[in-house]
Design a protein around this ligand. Structure first.
Ligand SMILES: [Zn+2]
Length: 439
């Protein structure tokens, strides 16, 4: 067989593949701290359109604690926090004997078997891009993503969209999976609280940024081919600096370890007499707005927040709207950074998942999704198997399920998996033809 015939076959194959929808491309946009309850509180020019043209669940369930890094990593791995090991934004690792923050990649690599979607995609020949997504800055299984943008606190959503579209349309190595992390409206929620005008202004900017994303996809001819998932990790709740701060020093003459997680407080196993400490804390909970749990408590089991040495023997959770005393450090930080218009009202998250103000958003739109469809409740660990189906990736071990999430798909899963199967078959046929020619 001569080279021309082989080239013709390749062209036929590529054409056929494109007819089937081409190489699937997916953009996952996380709007940190976007509470679902805000959807009914404001007029939305662009998000309303997205909801009308896509699918969403009745309730999108996040993981306890309702903090950013743990939930973003659950979305990327399909694992509960006790399984992937990112059990807080900041954790004390008893094996490493030190506190890990976002600056330490070890925060994300406690479990060596964990392979986030961006790595899985790269291993299967795809090109992944991550814009500021927690955990994506370092290698997994010895592999980095093709495209990476480090965190910039002042980056606008339109800037992030421009970057994502640039990667999707790269002529040499177009990304087929892009994770976009945006730090708003979370930041505005912390500094001003969700009932402030500053917060409303930020929501308007976020909505405009979403509009810009679809405008850019349209401009580049990608609107009909790229799937877009817009989600958040948690919501936010208003906190009064005057009445909402719980000082644990009045209960237990000791600060929480590690400290920077105000609504949730881990008392580490440094205490020898856990039960004595637990009894004192429980006694203190009668006069203060928090709950205290030993690891053995059924709640901890139900939250899948138990079986990991990074989770301490005692966990405290403040009631909604209350925080522990470490929050004062954050307030001081906002004052020192010179945010205008500061009041005595701030915001925070990390509370129990069942608080309505902690509920995040999820909406998916694009060729793979049904329009104006409402699915049953599903969890953020279910996003992992969804992405695997959309991109034809073989899922690793995960806690997710497709039971509810697959009802949003425009085509059934077997049909969804047909293109990758055809590609695999096509590649095999071409390889056989090529082998015949060589020998
Ligand atoms: Zn936050």
């Amino acid at each position: 067989m001569n080279t021309l015939v082989l080239a013709y076959l390749v062209m036929q194959f590529v054409t056929h593949w494109k007819c089937l929808g081409g190489v699937p491309q997916l953009v996952v946009v996380s709007l940190d701290g976007f509470p679902k309850e805000q959807l009914s509180r404001h007029p939305w020019e662009h998000l309303t359109w997205v909801y009308a043209h896509g699918s969403h669940p009745r309730r999108f369930i996040n993981q306890f604690p309702t903090k950013s890094f743990p939930n973003h990593f659950s979305i990327a791995t399909g694992l509960y926090q006790e399984s992937h090991g990112v059990v807080g934004n900041t954790v004390f690792d008893p094996n490493l004997k030190r506190i890990l923050t976002i600056k330490d990649h070890e925060l994300f690599t406690q479990n060596p078997g964990v392979m986030p979607l961006w790595t899985l995609n790269e291993q299967l020949g795809g090109h992944s891009g991550c814009i500021m997504w927690p955990g994506c800055d370092g290698p997994f299984n010895g592999r980095n993503v093709t495209y990476w943008e480090p965190y910039r606190g002042n980056a606008t959503l339109t800037e992030l969209v421009d970057l994502a579209v640039k990667w999707l349309t790269d002529s040499m190595t177009p990304a087929n999976l892009v994770f976009v992390y945006h730090n708003q409206p979370d930041l505005a929620g912390h500094v001003y609280g969700p009932d402030s005008s500053y917060y409303s202004d930020e929501l308007k900017k976020v909505d405009a940024g979403i509009g810009y994303l679809f405008q850019m996809l349209q401009l580049r001819g990608l609107r009909q081919s790229v799937d877009v998932v817009i989600l958040s990790d948690h919501g936010t709740a208003s906190v009064s600096a005057q009445t909402g701060i719980i000082d644990l020093n009045t209960v237990l003459n000791r600060n929480c370890i590690p400290s920077p997680a105000p609504p949730r407080c881990l008392i580490s196993g440094l205490f020898k007499k856990d039960l004595y400490v637990y009894a004192k804390l429980q006694n203190g909970s009668r006069a203060n707005h928090y709950r205290v749990f030993l690891k053995e408590n059924p709640h901890m089991q139900a939250w899948h927040y138990k079986d990991n040495p990074r989770i301490s023997s005692i966990t405290l959770v403040a009631e909604i709207g209350y925080v522990f005393q470490d929050f004062r450090k954050y307030i001081k930080g906002y004052q020192e950074e010179g945010y205008p218009g500061l009041t005595e009202t701030f915001g925070d998250h990390g509370y129990e998942v069942d608080n309505p103000s902690m509920e995040p958003i999820f909406v998916a739109v694009g060729p793979s999704f049904r329009k104006k469809f409402i699915a049953e409740d599903f969890s953020n660990v279910d996003v992992y198997p969804l992405v695997c189906v959309l991109l034809g990736l073989p899922p690793g071990p995960n806690n997710g399920s497709l039971d509810a999430i697959n009802t949003m798909l425009a085509r059934s899963i077997p049909l969804q998996l047909m293109p990758p199967i055809l590609v695999a078959l096509g590649t095999l046929v071409l390889w056989m033809l090529l082998s015949t020619q060589v020998t």
